[in-house]
Design a protein around this ligand. Structure first.
Ligand SMILES: NC(=O)c1ccc[n+]([C@@H]2O[C@H](COP(=O)([O-])OP(=O)(O)OC[C@H]3O[C@@H](n4cnc5c(N)ncnc54)[C@H](O)[C@@H]3O)[C@@H](O)[C@H]2O)c1
Length: 262
């Protein structure tokens, strides 16, 4: 199947951050996109309108809660209704909770595994038959550097992201004969609103200016002390959908300023 046909894309968790940047890049390249995330319907409709006007592509929106198998099925049904059968699935939705393992609350463990790992499995399982029928498909899992290495306080997140890297490899092996690739992108620090309060806290605690505090925060993990732009993840996701990427499969691609090279 030729990529010029601009296959429909479902991006979970695309109402903010990295997922939204991926949605912009995909729509900018002419792909019909399904936006998704925990957003009020009126706001979702407004985002949808913005995409349609800016990119002149088909665009749907779903607020399905994908913490359950039923929620994932609902998202797929709403996607088919809005933009047709997606041949590109970006499993991006994710949540975080930090605590020492010995104190980790059960409900937070289940929530993180459900959204960061199980949803990627359920959505992939729903969409793989259609991809096989088309003899073309792309599954892109937004994992994390925490799918490759660990940090303290992140038992559930690291378990989920390492699991997502493993799932990616299995999907790549099982679907290699069907024109389907499956890859994981593993970002380190990404320039999202979450970073700023952490920088400000370090600046205050250590009497540093904001730039020095930023370097302190990022440099604690990354040799290259610059956070990745969300748009860079969008660009890589788009590249993985292109013809030149058709032999990249089962890979876990760090975009982490050297974090995982240590
Ligand atoms: N921000 C970073 O520095 C960073 C680094 C590495 C990996 N990641 C990963 O990238 C992905 C996106 O992160 P982000 O920082 O852009 O997050 P974000 O908080 O900006 O966006 C998360 C998205 O997921 C959606 N979501 C959360 N729970 C949901 C649920 N139960 N049902 C439906 N949608 C739900 C939200 O509505 C939102 O659209 C995550 O998987 C995260 O683990 C982020």
């Amino acid at each position: 199947m030729q990529q010029e046909q601009k296959q429909p894309v479902l991006i979970s968790g695309s109402t903010s951050g990295i997922g939204l940047a991926i949605a912009h890049r995909m729509a900018g390249a002419g792909h019909p996109v399904m936006l998704h995330g925990l957003m009020e319907p009126a706001q979702g409709a407004q985002l949808q309108r913005q995409f349609r006007e800016k990119y002149a592509v088909e665009c749907g929106f779903s607020a399905a809660n994908i913490a359950s198998e039923e929620g994932c099925a609902q998202l797929v049904a709403e996607t088919r209704e809005a933009i047709g059968q997606p041949s590109i699935l970006v499993n991006n939705a994710g949540v975080q909770f930090t605590s020492q393992a010995q104190d980790f609350p059960t409900e937070q463990w289940h929530r993180i595994i459900a959204i960061n790992l199980s949803a990627a499995f359920f959505l992939s399982r729903e969409l793989l038959p259609g991809m096989r029928e088309n003899q073309w498909g792309r599954i892109i899992n937004i994992a994390s550097v925490h799918g490759l290495v660990a940090s303290e306080q992140k038992a559930a997140y690291c378990a989920a992201k390492h699991g997502l890297v493993g799932l990616t490899k299995v999907l790549a092996l099982e679907n290699a004969d069907f024109g389907i690739t499956a890859n994981a992108i593993c970002p380190g620090w990404v320039e999202t609103p979450l970073i700023q309060p952490q920088i400000e806290a370090i600046a205050e605690r250590e009497s540093l200016d904001l730039e020095a505090a930023r370097i302190r925060l990022i440099g604690a993990k990354q040799p290259l002390t610059r956070a990745t732009a969300p748009e860079a993840i969008g660009e890589l996701a788009l590249y993985l959908c292109g013809d030149f990427a058709n032999t990249i499969t089962g890979a876990s691609l760090p975009v982490d300023g050297g974090w995982s090279a240590q």
